[in-house]
Design a protein around this ligand. Structure first.
Ligand code: ZN
Length: 415
């Protein structure tokens, strides 16, 4: 199970980094309509994109303002130069954000950002505006975990997957279970046995297909099961589903239908459950931390950058809690004067300004820089600690950000 958890954490980190890139892009402004956003889906031919860009290039020669024209044309050139390095788009496609952003005092600076998104780009898009167009990337960040869906009764079953808002029906089939009250003639007991056998076969089939569909899919975060009446509960209680899938069942809810509309019904009813589960998970882990910290001896908890870093380095951390609000960097500073050996490692915020060397007064340079989330994430990995990135959507989450320096840990042992 450890492998799955690591995948989930890597995912969380990837997402976090992606989010940071988007935020950075969103803050950039052009002085005029001169920032270009270009989204290329994975199956788009580069030659087609080049042709499109050449056309845009020709069009932009009509722009009236001289400086805007110059900036737009150079941005397009810059994109075309980079496109030449690709035979075809990467797996998820590629997005370019290029243009001259305003940096005050009538100054501009050429920005080139090339992003391979965390999910496939679905639509080709070219846009030239006074800010970068990041919505398609932002959409990828919206909770899009996949959940396996099963709706069933004794007559029919439908299996599907929900990903974000999209529900995909994978298969629908009917059973051969005869209706309970129907045929006369045969002895009642024999008839009932036949019914139960047919039902058993049907449940086995539902289980088999669900196992085949969901077991290999690591992105399936959980299974939701629905249907009218008690059949679904019986199905869940017995061992028709693989043990690993049974563990993933998040909710069993009543639905009126067992076809595709049943899947939609199921998702609608489960949505609240799912949101609550995510929030509850964050709340629970934070409450565990708070329970520890309020113990008289300080409990199995640590918080604040330095204490948590030390605990991580000693391998004493079971769960690392990082607020997504943590916006600090860890830098190494060196003196530019070769004969001076001054160097320092420190934590900074974005507003940090480099001073001069306290030893020799020469200027300083930043020789390395890492986002603190990444730094702690790496430390946690090395020490086998679990990582939870906590949103600020709950009271507990915003408490982590405000009261505990945005970083805390539940410990394995006191140190
Ligand atoms: Zn110095």
């Amino acid at each position: 199970m450890i492998a799955t958890e690591n995948t989930k954490e890597d995912d969380a980190l990837r997402k976090y980094e992606f989010k940071k890139k988007i935020e950075e892009l969103r803050e950039m402004k052009g002085r005029a309509t001169e920032l270009i956003s270009l989204y290329i889906p994975p199956h788009r031919r580069i030659s087609d994109v080049m042709a499109y860009m050449r056309n845009e290039y020709a069009q932009s020669s009509n722009i009236k303002s001289k400086s805007t024209r110059k900036n737009v044309m150079s941005a397009i050139e810059s994109i075309m130069n980079r496109l030449r390095h690709y035979k075809k788009p990467p797996k998820n496609g590629i997005a370019f954000f290029v243009g001259h952003r305003a940096i005050g005092a009538d100054q501009t600076e050429l920005i080139v950002r090339i992003i391979e998104p965390i999910e496939p780009i679905t639509t080709f898009l070219y846009r030239c505006d006074s800010s970068f167009y990041t919505e398609p990337l932002e959409e990828m960040l919206v909770e899009k975990e996949r959940y396996g869906l099963i709706v069933m009764d004794r007559r029919e079953a439908t299996i599907g997957i929900v990903k974000g808002k999209r529900i995909e029906s994978i298969t629908n089939f009917e059973s051969l279970v005869p209706s309970k009250h129907g045929k006369g003639g045969q002895s009642q007991r024999r008839f009932e046995r036949l019914i139960e056998e047919a039902a058993h076969e049907f449940f086995k089939k539902v289980g088999r297909i669900a196992n085949e569909t969901f077991l290999g899919d690591e992105k399936i975060r959980g299974i939701i099961i629905g249907g009218p009446g008690p059949t679904k509960d019986y199905f869940v209680d017995k061992d028709y589903l693989h043990y690993d899938l049974k563990k993933k069942i998040l909710a069993v809810v009543d639905t009126g239908y067992t076809d595709e509309s049943g899947l939609r019904e199921l998702v609608m009813k489960a949505e609240e459950v799912l949101r609550d589960i995510e929030i509850m998970r964050e709340k629970n882990v934070m409450q565990r931390f708070l329970a520890e910290i309020t113990k008289r001896d300080g409990g199995l908890a640590a918080y604040g950058e330095n204490d948590v870093r030390q605990a991580l380095q000693m391998g004493a951390v079971e769960i690392l809690l990082i607020s997504e609000d943590l916006k600090k960097k860890r830098i190494e500073i060196e003196c530019t004067n070769k004969s001076c050996e001054y160097n320092e490692v420190k934590t900074i915020t974005d507003s940090y300004k480099l001073g001069t060397c306290p030893k020799c007064n020469a200027s300083l340079i930043i020789s390395s820089k890492i986002d603190m989330v990444n730094e702690f994430y790496e430390l946690a990995k090395a020490g086998n600690a679990k990582v939870e990135i906590i949103s600020t959507e709950t009271d507990e989450g915003s408490m982590l950000s405000r009261a505990f320096g945005a970083i805390a840990a539940i410990l394995r042992y006191k140190w």
